[in-house]
Structure formats: structure tokens, C-alpha cells
Design a protein around this ligand. Structure first.
Ligand SMILES: *[C@@H]1O[C@H](CO)[C@@H](O)[C@H](O)[C@H]1NC(C)=O
Length: 322
């Protein structure tokens, strides 16, 4: 009895200690959906890219803004010949050998007819982006996965692309040394939740010695104003880690990410609802910083109300926290 009470007490205490920080401040154009954040190498300027149209471009001098919307990257959409090629999803922008690469997805809601494309630029400004079309990561109903939500990680000279999904969740495939096409080897599953509707997508991998951290969004992303998910089924940000970039991801309990494992990094709290579509960048002053979109229940639940959130990561036992 006594030990049960002690256990209950420590469970309550750890629930209390695990409270989340509110999203960092944002001013100006703060709408966000599957944002990608990068600081330009030449001048430290902050760029934010969002799902929608030909990928919206925003600029600021600081992560908290004020953000200005500059225009879109690919005004006439993608050359990929699939439905959805003028409403591009989930940009992922990185500096690759001195050129900015933007991976994006072409798909439509609820469909596996999807492909991942690439656009490149030397400055990231409006008017500077060139579409390179499909990188060879595609899906249709014959595939286990859905080719959406790309995320590049460079491991030494190897380019790895994480992507997916719903439909058997998160996959990874090696790209060529230029990062422009698949390298020829098959893709493999790195995260899978077999329960319910396998609602995992929007992965992002980053390295913080000695681990590779795999983040993903679990749950329902959108449409909260018209059909609100049951409590706990809205987006939340999950994580696993491994000392290898390609395999062996486990959660805080040591459970495999490919077998329903995963620890929560950030979930609904206070007026913050459904955080997800996340990534991590290394801020030149703040260090490793998580960014995401969320709905503020005091503002509105519609996709058009989503806001840009960010938090500098804190660390405990080599796990990140917000
Ligand atoms: C797996 O998915 C179910 C919903 O289908 C969810 O309740 C559960 O939390 C998920 N597990 C992990 C580790 O994300």
C-alpha cells in the first residue's frame, strides 16, 4: 500500500514536472503549416517556408519576427504530373554544397498518389527558385507507404531522405551524392505504429552527439474546426533516438520505434492545441530550436488560424524537452 502511494506520488510529480513551455513569441506574418526554418548562411537572415500554393516564403531578422510574407517559391507549381501539383506540401529546406535545396511533396488529402520533388536556389529569395521535379520517391496504392513529408539529413557524405506517410508510417531512402535523385537502393521503414490508423507523418531527423533524433507528428493534422478529433488524437510531436542514422530508433523505455514505440516531445497544453509539422534548426545564438505549427484555442481551430511555434530545446539524460 505504502509503496503504491509512493509510486502514485512520484507519477503525479513527474506529470507535474513535465509541463511544457508555451510557444515562443511571434509577430508579423505568423500563420504556419508544416513550417521549415533556416537561417541564410551569408547574413543570418531567417527564412520560413509553409505548405500551400507554390510554397510561401517568409523572412525575418529574428525567430520571433516580425515576419513578412514575401511571395511564393514556385509560382506555377511543380512540374510533377500529379493531382495537387499547384498546392505543394511540407517544404524541407537545407543548404547542400552551397545551394539551398527545398524538398516538397505533391499529393492530395487521403490519396497515395504522391511524389517528392526538389527545387533549388542560391539565395532563397522570391524569384530565385528553380523546380527540378521528382527525385524518384513516389507512391501509389501498390506501395506500403505514402511519398509525402520529405526530410533530408546529411550524414558525412551520405544523403538520407526520411519521408511519409500514414500507410505504414515513416520510411527512409538513400539519395545520390548530389541529393537530387534516389541512389538506387530500396527504402526501408524506420517508424511504425500498428495500432489504430497508423497516424504518423511529418518526420524530422537531427543529430546531437552521440544520437540521431527522429521526430514525427502523430494524430490528425487538420480540420479541427469542422471535425475535432477525440481528445489525444490531435497532432502531437513524438520522438525516438539511435546512435545510427538508418536503424535502431528506440523511445525512453527502450521500445523500438518500428514496433509502436515513441515518447512524447510536445502535445496539447494550455491553449496550445495539436502541435506538429515540426522541425529542428541550429540557431546561431540559441542553439538547437524546435519549431512547429499549432492552433491556439483562444484564437481559432481552423487550418487558416494555425500559428508558428518555437522553443529552444532543453536536455535531460540526452533527451530533448520543451
Ligand atoms: C499509436 O497510435 C495510437 C492511435 O492510433 C495512439 O493512441 C498511440 O499513442 C500511438 N503510439 C505512439 C507511441 O505514438
Amino acid at each position: 500500500m505504502f509503496s503504491t502511494l509512493l509510486l502514485l506520488g512520484s507519477t503525479l510529480l513527474s506529470a507535474f514536472v513535465q509541463g511544457y513551455s508555451n510557444p515562443g513569441a511571434c509577430s508579423g506574418a505568423c500563420w504556419a503549416h508544416d513550417p521549415s526554418i533556416i537561417q541564410r548562411a551569408s547574413d543570418g537572415k531567417y527564412f520560413k517556408f509553409n505548405t500551400g500554393a507554390g510554397i510561401y516564403i517568409y523572412k525575418a531578422d529574428a525567430i520571433e519576427g516580425p515576419w513578412t510574407q514575401e511571395g511564393v517559391a514556385l509560382a506555377s507549381g511543380s512540374s510533377i504530373d500529379l493531382a495537387g501539383n499547384t498546392d505543394l506540401w511540407a517544404p524541407d529546406v537545407h543548404l547542400v554544397d552551397g545551394i539551398y535545396y527545398m524538398y516538397y511533396a505533391v499529393s492530395t488529402s487521403g490519396s497515395q498518389d504522391s511524389a517528392i520533388g526538389l527545387a533549388t536556389s542560391s539565395t532563397m529569395e522570391v524569384g530565385s527558385w528553380t523546380d527540378k521535379g521528382s527525385i524518384g520517391v513516389t507512391s501509389s496504392s501498390s506501395k506500403a507507404y505514402n511519398a509525402i513529408d520529405p526530410n533530408l539529413i546529411q550524414v558525412g557524405s551520405v544523403n538520407l531522405l526520411n519521408f511519409g506517410s500514414f500507410w505504414h508510417d515513416i520510411y527512409q531512402v538513400e539519395l545520390n551524392s548530389a541529393g537530387t535523385k534516389t541512389a538506387g537502393s530500396s527504402s526501408y521503414n524506420i517508424e511504425y505504429n500498428s495500432t489504430g490508423t497508423s497516424p504518423c507523418e511529418g518526420s524530422y531527423m537531427f543529430y546531437n552527439d552521440p544520437y540521431y533524433y527522429l521526430l514525427w507528428s502523430s494524430g490528425i493534422c487538420c480540420g479541427y474546426d469542422t471535425s475535432k478529433p477525440a481528445q489525444g488524437y490531435e497532432y502531437k510531436i513524438m520522438m525516438c533516438r539511435s546512435k545510427h542514422s538508418t536503424t535502431g530508433f528506440v523511445d525512453k523505455n527502450g521500445d523500438a520505434c518500428t514496433a509502436n514505440g515513441g515518447s512524447i516531445l510536445l502535445e496539447s497544453h494550455g491553449t496550445t492545441y495539436g502541435p506538429g509539422g515540426q522541425g529542428v534548426y541550429d540557431d546561431t545564438t540559441n542553439g538547437l530550436t524546435l519549431y512547429y505549427h499549432y492552433a491556439d484555442t483562444a484564437v481559432g481551430l481552423a487550418d487558416a488560424d494555425y500559428l508558428f511555434g518555437w522553443n529552444v530545446l532543453t536536455w535531460s539524460n540526452e533527451w530533448p524537452a520543451v
